[in-house]
Ligand binder design. Structure first.
Ligand code: ADP
Ligand code: ASP
Ligand code: MG
Length: 404
């Protein structure tokens, strides 16, 4: 008998028919003799709708209250799925995050899991129940509800698989695996049979929504093999693991991240310590800075431009306002019109010319590059948001073989 952890995202449980479909997948696995723990997200666009409801009332709502609201979405899904399983003649128990033992830190809206006390899940499995757990949520040390950040149900599933040493961790979604680009946007995207944790982590961090990046980080840390597969078609998916068979592919994927803001500070003093003070202050507020560009100093001043996630732009501007040496210096923020397009692949470390090929593809598509950043296994460019989809297709098709 094996222990299987399954996770179903919002589109997989969007309506009654889809919930019944999930119940059939779950009960088929149980009927084969497995212990099954299922993690589910909120139905369809429920989380977005809840956020919108809050915004209508108070755009600056307290993050504790936002978490209280958002956790409601998953509560609906777990109860409905348990009822569907019962209808098929099997026993199920639904558990909210805290009942399933999820302890998190107190960063409302992007809490990190500290520990899972799996005793209740184990008790329920011992009673031969299928256990249905609300993803994306936990409880902090003050007994307040927390959420793990958008897409966080993937992390809930991997965390249970790690804590319980599950035999399989299957993440079911609305596409049948991880592709070389978003298969809904890029016609020639190729499905990958396998991908390494490191490459998947880059893809997820750079905008490939199919897995949440923290879930991949956790899978790597605890060596949980993830299978990404479709809830709508019964096909083999993509395995995410430590190492994969060498494939000829130089580039593993191309992504677009449209939640990007570019902030420029014009004419800061050209003296030591300025970058330290700016980025130190942003880091202290948990604001992750991505691409940084500093101009060569001229007339005792220099310009600093950097990118952050667009949902942090207001917070970042507040932080910058507190720095007295920036008083009176123009600060420009564009959180509407920029996007970051990236290519990822472990093979590029040993291959010259990947950057040039990417830039050529963008040039041929008549797309202007605003900023560039590179690491061993990725190259990112900041471009106009309206060009993002065209850029992904152009760059993807430049790297991928045509006969696929
Ligand atoms: P779920 O609701 O199941 O969590 P998500 O919407 O979070 O699903 O993620 C699945 C979506 O990710 C797909 O519908 C697809 O459009 C998108 N996606 C983006 N990049 C990729 C990629 N490289 N491979 C597969 N899917 C991708
Ligand atoms: N329902 C949450 C969200 O929409 C969590 C998830 O889908 O994983 O972000
Ligand atoms: Mg998701």
């Amino acid at each position: 008998m094996a222990l299987i952890v399954m996770k179903f995202g919002g589109s997989s449980v969007a309506n009654a028919e889809r919930v019944m479909n999930v119940a059939r997948i779950v009960t088929d696995s149980y009927a084969e003799g497995n212990d099954v723990v299922v993690v589910v997200s909120a139905q369809g666009d429920t989380t977005d709708d809840l956020i919108e409801k809050a915004r209508e009332i108070n755009p600056n709502a307290n993050k504790r209250e936002l978490d209280m609201l958002m956790t409601a979405g998953e509560q609906i899904s777990i109860s409905l799925l348990s009822m569907a399983i019962e209808k098929l003649g099997y026993k199920a128990t639904s558990l909210l995050g805290w009942q399933a033992g999820f302890n998190t830190n107190s960063v409302h809206g992007s809490a990190r899991i500290k520990k899972i006390d799996t005793s209740r899940i184990k008790q329920e499995l011992a009673k031969k129940n299928i256990v249905v757990v609300a993803g994306f949520q936990g409880l902090n040390k003050y007994d307040d509800l927390t959420t793990l950040g958008r897409g966080g149900s993937d992390t809930s599933a991997v965390a249970i698989a790690a804590a319980m040493h599950a035999d399989r961790c299957k993440i079911y979604t609305d596409v049948d695996g991880v592709y070389t680009a978003d298969p809904r946007k890029v016609k020639r995207a190729i499905k990958l049979n396998e991908i390494t944790y490191d490459e998947m982590l880059e893809l997820a961090t750079l905008g490939a929504q199919v897995l949440n990046n923290r879930s991949v980080e956790m899978a790597k840390k605890y060596n949980v093999v993830i299978e990404v597969l479709s809830s709508l078609e019964r096909l083999p998916g993509t395995l995410v693991k430590e190492s994969v068979k060498m494939e000829k592919m130089l580039v593993r994927g191309v992504t677009a991240d449209k939640n990007v803001a570019r902030i420029s500070i014009i004419g800061v003093p050209n003296i030591p310590g300025i970058a330290f003070k700016i980025f130190g202050k942003l880091a202290a507020k948990n604001i992750n800075v991505d691409i940084i560009l500093q101009s060569v100093g001229r007339n005792d001043t220099k310009d600093i431009t950097f990118t952050i996630s667009s949902d942090k732009s207001n917070e970042a501007l507040e932080v910058l306002k507190e720095l007295d040496f920036l008083e009176g210096r123009p600060i420009e923020c564009d959180d509407q019109n920029v996007a970051k397009v990236s290519v990822v692949g472990a093979g590029m470390e040993t291959h010259p010319g990947v950057a040039a090929k990417m830039f050529e593809a963008l040039f041929e598509a008549d797309i202007n590059i605003q900023m560039i950043s590179t690491s061993e296994i990725k190259i990112s460019v900041l471009i106009d948001k309206k060009d993002a989809d065209a850029a992904v297709t152009a760059v993807h098709d430049a790297f991928m073989p045509e006969d696929n």
